[in-house]
Design a protein around this ligand. Structure first.
Ligand SMILES: O=C(O)CCC(=O)C(=O)O
Length: 286
């Protein structure tokens, strides 16, 4: 277990407007990774996402969950990338190791610390699928992150495009993979997406509750929810607007998220990313 001096906290932010997350339908997809053929690949490019309802076996999910929990519990003392919910700051010292699990906001850069997590991020069939979505390029994972939404406490991840966080030139086919470890529902904060809106290109982001798309751009739009059983996953384009609401339920929502780009692709300077996604100097308000 890390010492108190090393404990990291994520932001505290106000609760979102519930109208930001009112999905009108459930996303589409297939049962298994091997069901993805040309029609599903075309669907992904058209809509910016594809659901795979049973991508991993319960043994694979159990193994990955075990890896995540071990890291949160401090079983690898050299692992330092656990971020607790800002709201838990005062009560954290009073929580047992098990209770601390339900005070975590996110963990990052973890695959090299646990073979079970590395295995799921480099699952051969998953990589093969991602390669197909990248027009045959070899995928290389460049980010591993897990947002944990503890019961009642788990905060929103406001609407955003992941590419707005990444130093890759526009046009780089970035593929996100979001894997449910617990059942993810609208109530406990499953992913919601704006289907097809990746084709509109970069949207300006503002620093508000997070680095995010302005709420006014989202209010009144029609989102698609991606509820998943454990082992289900969502594949999504780096430019697809997506967000997750506050966990208003008594149920945990643990998930893993990986991002892949074609191997060897050159990064761009942060200024280029901000030229596309930043609000500075553009005479825009939020
Ligand atoms: O897991 C979540 O709640 C959202 C994750 C996400 O969209 C992100 O980190 O970019």
């Amino acid at each position: 277990m890390s010492t108190e001096a090393e404990v990291k906290f994520d932001l505290v932010a106000e609760l979102h407007d519930p109208a930001l997350y009112q999905p009108i339908e459930t996303g589409l997809g297939v049962e298994h990774l091997e069901d993805i053929g040309p029609a599903e690949i075309a669907f992904y490019h058209e809509h910016g996402y594809l659901i795979v309802r049973q991508a991993f076996t319960s043994a694979e999910v159990q193994a990955a969950t075990g890896g995540l929990v071990d890291l949160i519990m401090g079983k690898r003392p050299d692992f330092k990338h656990v971020y607790f919910e800002g709201k838990a700051r005062d009560i954290l010292p009073t929580l047992s190791p098990d209770q601390r699990q339900d005070a975590v906001r996110k963990i990052g850069a973890f695959v090299e610390f646990d073979a079970r997590l590395k295995a799921i991020s480099h699952h051969a069939q998953l990589l093969e699928t991602i390669s197909k979505l990248m027009h045959g390029h070899t995928p290389e994972m460049f980010q591993d992150m897990a947002l944990i939404k503890p019961p009642r406490l788990g905060r929103e991840k406001p609407w955003h495009q992941d590419h707005a966080y990444f130093e890759y030139p526009l046009g780089t086919p970035v593929v996100g993979v979001w894997i449910a470890l617990d059942e993810a529902t609208v109530e406990n904060g499953c992913m919601q997406v704006l289907s097809g809106r990746h084709k509109e290109g970069p949207i300006i982001h503002f620093q508000r509750r997070d680095w995010q798309i302005c709420d006014n751009v989202i209010l009144g739009t029609k989102s698609v929810a991606a509820p998943l059983k454990p082992g289900g996953l969502l594949l999504f384009d780096g430019l697809l607007p997506h967000g997750t609401p506050h966990n208003s339920s008594p149920k945990r929502r643990r998930a893993l998220q990986f991002h892949y780009a074609p191997a060897g692709v050159q990064k761009c300077p942060p200024a280029e990313r901000l030229r596309h996604f930043g609000s500075e100097g553009k005479n825009v308000t939020c």
